[in-house]
Write a protein that binds this ligand. Sequence first.
Ligand SMILES: NC(=O)c1ccc[n+]([C@@H]2O[C@H](COP(=O)([O-])OP(=O)(O)OC[C@H]3O[C@@H](n4cnc5c(N)ncnc54)[C@H](O)[C@@H]3O)[C@@H](O)[C@H]2O)c1
Length: 257
Amino acid sequence: MSETTHLSGKRIIVTGAARGIGASAARALAAAGATVTGLDITEPSSGSPEVPGGGRLTRDLCDVSSRDSVTQAFGRAAESMGGLDVLIHVAGVQRYTPAEAITDDEWDLVVGINARGTMITNQAAFVHLKDRGGRIINFASAAGALGLRGCAHYAASKGAVLAWTRTIAQEWGQYGISANAIAPGMWTPMYDATRAGMTPEQLAAHDKGMAAMIPLGGKLGDPDTDMAPVLVFLASDASRFITGQTLAVDGGLMMVR
Ligand SMILES: NC(=O)c1ccc[n+]([C@@H]2O[C@H](COP(=O)([O-])OP(=O)(O)OC[C@H]3O[C@@H](n4cnc5c(N)ncnc54)[C@H](O)[C@@H]3O)[C@@H](O)[C@H]2O)c1
C-alpha cells in the first residue's frame, strides 16, 4: 500500500459497524493501519472477526438518532483512541411503504435515524475535528438524488444527507474538514431484506433491470472488494482536496445517461 493510503495513525469512527458496509469498512480500515471504533445499535451478529493486521478495531453501542447516546459514545471513542481524524457515518435504515401510506411514526423513524442521525453524528465529530481538521464521509443513496418507488421517506432522508453534506463541506472547510457523501450499490443484509420482500416474479424483473442498469457486473457489488478500498482512500491523506462530492460506488447504476 502506498504511503498516502496507509492509515497508520488515523483515528476513525465507523457507525453502522455491526454488519454490511459498516462492518466491512471497519475491518478494512483497521487492516490498513487505522485505530477504529465501530459503533452500532446492535452487536455484530456473526462474532467479531479478527483484524488481519495493522491497526485496532474496538466496538461500542450507539444509537445514532439519540443525541445523548452519540455524544457519550463519540466521547468514549475519542478518549480511548486519543482523538478523532475521520468519521465514516454508515448507519441507516430502509422501509418499504407506498408514499400515501407512510405514517408519521414511520417517517420519524426513517428520517430520525438517516437524516437527524447524520446531523447529530457529524456535529459530534465536529467537536473533535475542528482544531486539527479531518474527514466526514456520510452514506447517502442514489434514492436521495433519483427517488425510489416505495421508499419516499427513505429517499427524502437521503436527499437530506446529500444537501447536509454539501453544506457542511462549505461551512467547515475553514477548519480543514472535508465532507463527502457516498451513494453505494452493495449486496448487504439491507439488500437481502429488500429482495426477501419481493415475489419470485418481482425478483426476476428486478434482477433483469439490475443487469441492464449496472454496466459493471450487472448486480450490486461486494462491500469488501468494491466499497472498503474506496473508504480507505477517502480516509487517507490522498483524498485531502476532495470535498462536497457525492461519489457513486455502484458499478455505474447512478451515472448520468
Ligand atoms: N447496500 C446498498 O446498496 C445501499 C444503497 C444505498 C444506500 N445505502 C446506505 O448505506 C448504508 C449501509 O447500508 P447497508 O446495506 O450496509 O445496511 P445494513 O442494514 O446491512 O447495515 C446498517 C447498519 O446500521 C445499523 N443501524 C441501524 N440503525 C441504527 C441506529 N439508530 N444507530 C446505530 N446503528 C444503526 C444496523 O444495526 C446495521 O448494522 C445505509 O445508510 C444505507 O441506507 C446502502
